[in-house]
Design a binder for this molecule. Structure first.
Ligand code: FAD
Length: 592
């Protein structure tokens, strides 16, 4: 496998499109400039390609193991984890007060993409620490923050997110893990959690589990759930590790992909835990973690699409099969590289135009996350937060779907050589598959978008978002390349506006019909948003000449011609597909 971190594109998007001065104008980010950004991203890219990519296959082949109750990460992961923590990569966007680097989330998302490209299984050992860090900081007492956060930022301790139980995955209101108060702010936690990523391993000295549990007498359903911090080993007053807590690993899962990541069944037997936030408000506290994780999972999909494209492009330049149509590159040869076949070019460009558009979406989200967290103007911060809330399910699902379609498409470019394991393409397909499932399946994201985000603040979020882009699309198409983007984007935007009106109307009259259209609506939303971003990019470089800008203009046009037309079909399915689904009765879905 090869991997070259797409630093050039990342820097272009952050510095030339978003504008690095808009990032540095936020308090705490004053020191960031193009050179620093470039340096950090180059270093991250080097680390990922030299340390993490080489151990990705052995992680898959060897997997995580459970021997006599001890979970071991695959060979090579321990050394890489040590280098990773020593490099400070576990605390990129973390608060310097707790030992973090204090860099923008925008930067964190770029590094997340690189890590996901090179070795998602490895990344997962620290990814949940990052989410747990944010949840603890936003919701826990200062005492808990001071005691647990610095080691989590340093990576000497890692984190986990314990929601899922055997009988409850999507519907967390069903969970039964119990918490009993034992005084002095402590609780005894008992129950079984399954599918816990990095629930146990030998890379960090301690693991800080964030566990959802129900206090005795709490209301049933989602409003009776509280959040607890449960360390694998108890922590003494002086910060040293004490005795082992009542948490044990029942088993680890054997699974389709990310085999190097330990997915654990955890048994909590009177384990000591500490309340994070308020009693019965655990789900909303956990959402601090889940919202960040959802965008990060989307970025994982983007990382897969990027590395899949790079390797397929590389292979297509080397593999000789058939004669290219038209003028051949080397008529003396019996066969040409397959990159000269238009079908291969189409497949590769279809991945690339979507990857670059998706990265723009991730950068857009990262910038809004930074503005939401740091802007001193509260109105600006609230608007950024609203945009982020609206886009979170879209990013999670669209980018992970893109990872899946791109790894499959890139595998196809390898023919049978993609199906066998030699080139690593089948591992990419297997590893990427989980991104559509965890952190709430993509279908649940669609339902979140339609039923929660479209109705939030009386519909103000979506109205604000649409009116922003409507105003932008009134831009005059002064250059041919801008006009080539504006017309199709306006048409897609019209479809999205109509479909949004339709969905909002159905939510009032026939909720089942609105929910039946949610996944198609979500895709229509994503494709149209990416088209708006592409158009915005092309407008921002209208006066610029050079290879990078020409390439952006051609790629944007390709997206408009080859991807965006799907919005016409989606609009039709959303607004007219409900009746044929409603034709079926309950009996039509019985088995046997
Ligand atoms: C490798 C791996 C790692 C994981 N890591 C973690 C972790 O670290 N921590 C953790 O807590 N969990 C983790 N999970 C669990 C993961 O988040 C859940 O598997 C996921 O949320 C789906 O839950 P489920 O598997 O129980 O499926 P179910 O909830 O049973 O869903 C089954 C199907 O029904 C659909 N569905 C369910 N409800 C609805 C609805 N209301 N409307 C429409 N469709 C619906 C779903 O989309 C899905 O297609 C992990 C899972 C895996 C496989």
């Amino acid at each position: 496998m090869i991997y070259n971190a797409p630093v050039k594109d990342m820097v272009f998007l952050i510095d030339e499109w978003i504008g690095i001065d808009r990032v540095t104008s936020l308090p705490g980010y004053e020191d960031m400039d193009r050179e620093t950004l470039e340096f950090i991203l180059e270093e991250a890219g080097k680390f990922c390609s030299s340390e993490l990519l080489p151990i990705n296959r052995q992680g898959d082949e060897h997997g995580a193991t459970l021997v006599e109750g001890v979970v071991k990460a695959p060979p090579g992961f321990k050394q890489a984890y040590q280098a990773y923590t020593e490099g400070g990569w576990t605390g990129i966007d973390a608060d310097p007060q707790y030992g973090g680097q204090g860099l923008p989330k925008l930067v964190q998302f770029q590094v997340d993409e690189m890590l996901s490209s090179c070795n998602l299984a490895f990344k997962l050992y620290s990814e949940l620490s990052h989410g747990a860090y944010h949840a603890i900081l936003a919701n826990a007492s200062k005492e808990l923050c001071d005691r647990y956060v610095p080691n989590m930022v340093a990576g000497t301790w890692s984190g986990s997110m314990c929601l899922t139980e055997p009988h409850c995955g999507t519907d967390l209101g069903l969970l039964t893990t119990r918490a009993i108060p034992v005084g002095e702010g402590s609780y005894k936690i008992s129950g079984t959690k399954i599918f816990i990523t990095s629930g146990d391993h030998d890379l960090a000295e301690n693991i800080i589990h964030l566990v959802l549990a129900r206090l005795d007498g709490a209301p049933s359903g989602p409003h009776g759930i509280s959040l607890f911090l449960v360390p694998r080993s108890l922590v003494n007053e002086d910060g040293s590790l004490g005795e082992r807590n009542g948490v044990s690993t029942g088993s680890i899962e054997h699974k389709m992909g990310i085999r190097g990541s330990a997915t654990c069944v955890l048994n909590f037997d009177d384990a000591i835990g500490y309340l994070v936030g308020e009693e019965n408000r655990g789900l909303s506290a956990m959402f601090t973690m889940m919202n960040i994780e959802r965008i990060t999972v989307g970025v994982q999909g983007l990382g897969f699409a990027e590395i899949a494209h790079q390797n397929a492009l590389n292979y297509a330049n080397e593999r000789l099969q058939g004669k290219a149509p038209g003028e051949r590159p080397d008529p003396g040869k019996t066969a040409d590289p397959i990159i000269f076949h238009p079908e291969i070019r189409r497949q590769l460009m279809k991945i690339r135009c979507q990857v670059e558009g998706a990265r723009a979406l991730a950068v857009f989200a990262g910038f809004h996350a930074d503005v939401a967290a740091r802007a001193t103007d509260s109105e600006l911060s609230e608007r950024a937060n609203d945009t982020l809330a609206l886009l979170t399910p879209v990013i999670k699902s669209y980018l992970s779907d893109l990872g899946m379609s791109s790894t499959l498409s890139a595998q196809q470019v390898f023919g049978g050589h993609g199906y066998i394991s030699e080139h690593g393409m089948e591992q990419l397909v297997r590893d990427c598959r989980i991104t559509l499932i965890y952190e709430g399946t993509n279908e649940i994201q669609a339902i979140d978008l339609v039923t929660r985000k479209l109705t939030m603040k009386g519909g103000d979020l979506i109205k604000g978002f649409l009116s922003y882009w409507e105003r932008f699309l009134e831009t005059e198409g002064k250059t041919d390349s801008l006009a080539a983007c504006l017309d199709p984007t306006r048409a897609a935007f019209q479809r999205l506006s109509e479909a949004t009106g339709w969905i909002r109307n159905e939510l009032q009259t026939d909720q089942a019909r609105a929910m039946g259209a949610a996944t198609d609506y979500q895709r229509l939303f994503a494709l149209t948003t990416v088209a708006c971003l592409w158009t915005h990019i092309i407008q921002s470089i209208a006066d610029k000449q050079g290879a990078l800008y020409d390439s952006k203009r051609k790629t944007a046009r390709f997206f408009m011609d080859h991807v965006l037309p799907e919005t016409a079909a989606l609009h039709r399915v959303v607004t007219q597909g409900g009746a044929s689904l409603a034709d079926f009765d309950d009996e039509d879905f019985h088995t046997g």
